[in-house]
Ligand binder design. Structure first.
Ligand SMILES: *Cc1c(COP(=O)(O)O)cnc(C)c1O
Length: 228
């Protein structure tokens, strides 16, 4: 087990390196280790190997891990669907939230971010690939949130996140990512602090890196299949 995580970590970093080289990129995307449904022992193993950012998708499970590992130097990202009655727990426990897709959730996070903590880093999730995707904001709704963000003092707006429908065809993957890249570039011209484009998972990180991703979120290929 221990060996697997070490090997997986090397293999994922190698894929990232090769994808960067293939697309002529010098700057590597950040790697977010998606630890949902995996235990804290595995998180500690990866932390020892130098991985520092971890992502969780379920509020209760995520908060338990944040609590259990609070003495360790981990940056926690919330990346799952957000019910509005869970925003307080998220605002109190995470450094980043990547899955904000509606105004109500955004303004609750701003109101509920504790004053003693630094502003909450937020990515807005753009809906891509209509039919099969449940979560994410339309471009229009997202732009309305961008305007609102300009006056939200407890939130640091950092950029965009997307979860395209799964596809094994890299041409299809790239067409989804290029939509998101276009909006990201547009935002950077009016919101100078925007610096994060979170796209790419185990199955499509090469395509995402080619299309300008600055953060890939990898679960399965680091930790193995999720139990349950
Ligand atoms: C689970 C999850 C991931 C990781 O997916 P893998 O295919 O296991 O790499 C990435 N992003 C989000 C939002 C997720 O929910």
């Amino acid at each position: 087990m221990t060996d697997d995580i070490g090997k997986n970590f090397l293999a994922v970093n190698k894929r990232i390196a090769q994808a960067c080289e293939a697309s002529g990129r010098e700057l590597w995307p950040q790697l977010l280790a998606v630890s949902k449904k995996h235990g804290t022992d595995k998180i500690k193993q990866l932390l020892q190997l130098g991985q520092q950012a971890f992502g969780e998708s379920y509020v209760q499970e995520g908060v338990q891990k944040v609590e259990a590992l609070k003495n360790l130097d981990i940056t926690w990202h919330f990346i799952g669907p957000i019910q509005s009655n869970k925003t307080k727990l998220i605002a109190e426990n995470f450094a980043w939230v990547q899955s904000v897709d509606r105004m109500k959730v955004l303004s609750r996070l701003n109101d509920q971010r504790p004053a003693k903590l630094p502003p909450l880093n937020v990515l807005l999730q753009l809906k891509v690939g209509d039919e099969s995707t449940k979560s994410g904001a339309s471009q229009e709704a997202l732009l309305a949130m961008v305007v609102a963000l300009r006056t939200m003092k407890n939130i640091h707006f950092r950029g965009l996140m997307c979860i395209p429908p799964p596809s094994v065809d890299s041409t299809v993957q790239k067409s989804y990512f290029s939509e998101v890249l276009a909006l990201y570039k547009q935002l950077q011209s009016t919101e100078p602090q925007v610096d994060t484009l979170s796209m790419g998972m185990s199955g499509d990180l090469e395509a995402a890196i080619q299309m300008g991703s600055t953060m890939v979120r990898v679960g399965t290929d680091l930790f193995g299949q999720r139990p349950g």
